[in-house]
Design a protein around this ligand. Structure first.
Ligand SMILES: *Cc1c(COP(=O)(O)O)cnc(C)c1O
Length: 359
């Protein structure tokens, strides 16, 4: 029996996608082989990777002056790759510290140039998105970096500051494909696939062309965006199977009505859970107001014992991986695109039942 998996990542994939992958496991089309066994230089695989890029471009309405790169190394490699490639004019960048991932990005980039933390929400355990004083932004920064959705703390940006032409770089690992975004507002978007796009091992980078080609001399070949852009993500072997699964996920998103439809259903799912938590006498969401993520929803009872009991009983009821991140405690429900509405309904029912039994 399949469970409802609330893991922050690797996370659930749509059942339709898994079934199609299973159907095509032994033989993809008429190729006589599994996608996993194909040469990445073969005609069949060339068609797969090209179609995946085309589908992503269509769904996200990616403008023509952006490259799409299929890389490895996870979002964490981008923490170094971004500064090595972009911090090339004035050797400085601005960062907003909204959680552990944003801070890791900032720490790593600080090894390659002067990074400034222009705003932070550390004082309240990252439970909100800090005001960004545009006057404090450095007009000479090579880029401005944010983590668009904070997977661990459950906050998200709902607006962008006016950076006066400084390219905005966004880590969208845990929200890409969850709603439409205007790609043209960003210089670079990156995301590890294992939250909302496919299996772990694939990292997608969407980069404006003029930001490519000025990497620092010390940049390893494999960390140079130009190498990957010039070679159509085929400088070396790309994560072939992960890219194929991303293609199936993109087909699924399109069938569901695209990113507008994703946004609507994601808001409905998140609304159901937040409503339940806001009306509870036992549980409380750790984030309030407009900064609430629609992908990752942390909540607590206030008692470590009850939290542990909840996690244990939820698991027994088929609602797994709901334990919060070790730095926040409590629970966290990650409800990415692939989590069905019924999964959130089941969770809400379970929360009400647990509350009735424990207050
Ligand atoms: C999961 C996550 C990461 C880390 O991704 P890896 O692929 O494991 O390196 C970075 N940023 C955000 C926002 C994440 O959710």
């Amino acid at each position: 029996m399949r469970v409802y998996n609330f893991s922050a990542g690797p996370a659930m994939l749509p059942e339709e996608v898994l079934k199609r992958a299973a159907d095509e496991m032994l033989e993809y089309g008429e190729s006589g082989q599994s996608v996993m066994e194909m040469s990445h230089r073969s005609k069949e695989y060339g068609e797969i990777i090209n179609s995946v890029e085309a589908k992503l471009r269509e769904l996200m309405a990616i403008p023509d002056n952006y490259k799409v790169l299929f890389l490895q190394g996870g979002a964490s490699s981008q923490f170094a790759m971004v500064p090595m490639n972009l911090m090339n004019k004035n050797n400085k960048a601005d960062y907003v510290i909204t959680g552990q991932w944003a801070n890791k990005a900032y720490q790593e980039a600080s090894r390659y140039g002067k990074c400034t933390a222009v705003a932070s929400s550390k004082n309240k355990v990252f439970s909100y998105i800090p005001e960004i004083d545009e006057a404090k932004l450095d007009p000479e920064a090579d880029y401005f970096h944010i983590c668009y959705n904070n997977t661990i703390y459950g906050t998200r940006f709902t607006s962008l500051p006016d950076t006066k032409g400084v390219p905005i770089v966004a880590d969208m690992s845990s929200c890409i494909l969850s709603e439409p975004v205007d790609v043209s507002k960003f210089g670079l978007i990156y995301a590890g696939a294992q939250k909302n796009m496919g299996p772990a091992g694939l990292t997608v980078v969407i980069i404006r062309e003029d930001l490519i080609g000025n990497a620092m001399d010390i940049t390893p070949t494999m960390f140079n965006y130009q190498i990957h852009a010039d070679n159509g993500s085929m400088y070396n072997t790309p994560p072939t199977y992960g890219i194929y699964i991303l293609g199936l996920v993109l087909d699924w998103v399109k069938e569901k009505g695209g990113l507008e439809a994703m946004k609507e259903i994601n808001e409905k799912k998140a609304g159901l859970l937040y409503d339940c938590l806001d009306n509870s006498k036992l549980f409380k969401a750790t984030v309030s107001g407009k900064d609430r993520s629609i992908m990752n929803i942390p909540f607590v009872t206030g008692s470590d014992e009850l939290d542990a009991k909840f996690v244990k009983e939820a698991k027994a009821a088929g609602l797994i991986n709901i334990k919060g991140h070790r730095t926040v405690g409590g629970m966290r429900a990650s409800i990415y695109n692939a989590m069905p509405y019924e999964g959130v309904e089941k969770l809400v029912e379970f929360i009400r039942k647990f509350e009735a039994e424990n207050v």
